[in-house]
Design a protein around this ligand. Structure first.
Ligand code: ADP
Ligand code: MG
Length: 266
């Protein structure tokens, strides 16, 4: 069955500071959408809000999967519905190897965990993840590159409907980048996976063959286009694009805490 993630008019804040300022985005099965944007433009916030992280308050809008509102559901239920997030900075789970993590995910879906064990082995081979990393706690003392391979392994084993990949390319050397991009791209064709990939770099895009590129600045999508938009960005840079579009806010500066005791004469 074909799936569709529909994000509309999404606004979210932290401590009253608005980070997402009305985001509209749709990702269907088999499609690859890429979100690019400078540091501090709200990319990771978007990924966390989609997945339901607690420290963001959603003030407006909707995130729906196949017509079902997700914003009212806890994270684990969003995952059980077929959503997956590879975090920019994955959390370490000392003492819990990936096999156990995946088995727990299988149980929340009502699947037999035993069926997932063989898949872990097969994917480890495909992604060149050695036994050592299968037996250690997930991400416990892993390098950046090892973490990203491990995220990709979980993605491939869990076969979600829609995957949000937050800088899955960061910290990867050329070989690892090729392995990860190939694996994700194969899932889009073989398993009809829909992908929302957040990245800074063109390198990932070469392997992923995106359908659409979206540029996020100041918590809004300011431009969307075909793959050529990434090449254009490479030339103009974010500031150049912002100038062309008349966008004033490129990154989000949180207002600094004012220290009343720092005032002279106090
Ligand atoms: P990006 O991933 O594009 O670099 P982020 O979404 O991480 O951007 O951050 C956007 C802005 O929101 C930054 O100014 C950041 O400091 C702020 N921000 C994001 N998450 C939090 C949080 N949990 N608490 C406080 N500020 C946050
Ligand atoms: Mg980020």
């Amino acid at each position: 069955m074909s799936s569709r993630l529909v994000i509309s008019g999404l606004r979210a804040s932290v401590d009253g500071f608005e980070i997402l300022r009305g985001v509209d985005l749709e990702v269907g099965s088999g499609e690859v959408h890429v979100v690019m944007g400078p540091n501090g433009s709200g990319k990771s916030t978007l990924s966390h809000v989609i997945m339901g992280r607690g420290d963001y308050a959603v003030t407006e809008g909707s995130v729906a999967l196949d017509g079902e509102e997700l914003l009212t559901l806890p994270t684990w239920q969003r995952a059980a519905r077929g959503l997956f997030l590879a975090m920019q900075y994955p959390v370490a789970v000392p003492g819990v190897p990936v096999g156990e993590l995946v088995a727990a995910a299988a149980r929340t879906r009502g699947d037999d965990p035993a069926a997932y064990a063989d898949r872990v082995t097969a994917e480890a081979q495909r992604l060149a993840v050695t036994d050592e990393f299968l037996t250690r706690g997930v991400n416990d003392d892993f390098s950046g590159g090892e973490q990203k391979r491990m995220e990709t392994l979980q993605l491939a084993v869990l076969t979600p409907k829609i995957a949000v990949l937050d800088e899955i390319d960061s910290g990867l050397d050329v070989d690892a980048l090729r392995d990860v991009a190939r694996r994700v791209e194969a899932m889009t064709t073989e398993d009809d996976l829909g992908v929302l990939a957040i990245t800074h770099y063109n390198r990932l895009l070469l392997g992923l063959r995106p359908d659409r590129i979206h540029v996020l600045m100041g918590g809004r999508i300011v431009a969307s286009g075909g793959p050529e938009l990434a090449g254009q960005l490479e030339e103009t840079g974010y500031e150049g694009l912002a100038a062309d579009l008349g966008v004033e806010e490129i990154t989000l500066e949180r207002p600094r805490e004012v220290d009343p005791f720092a005032e002279p004469g106090f």
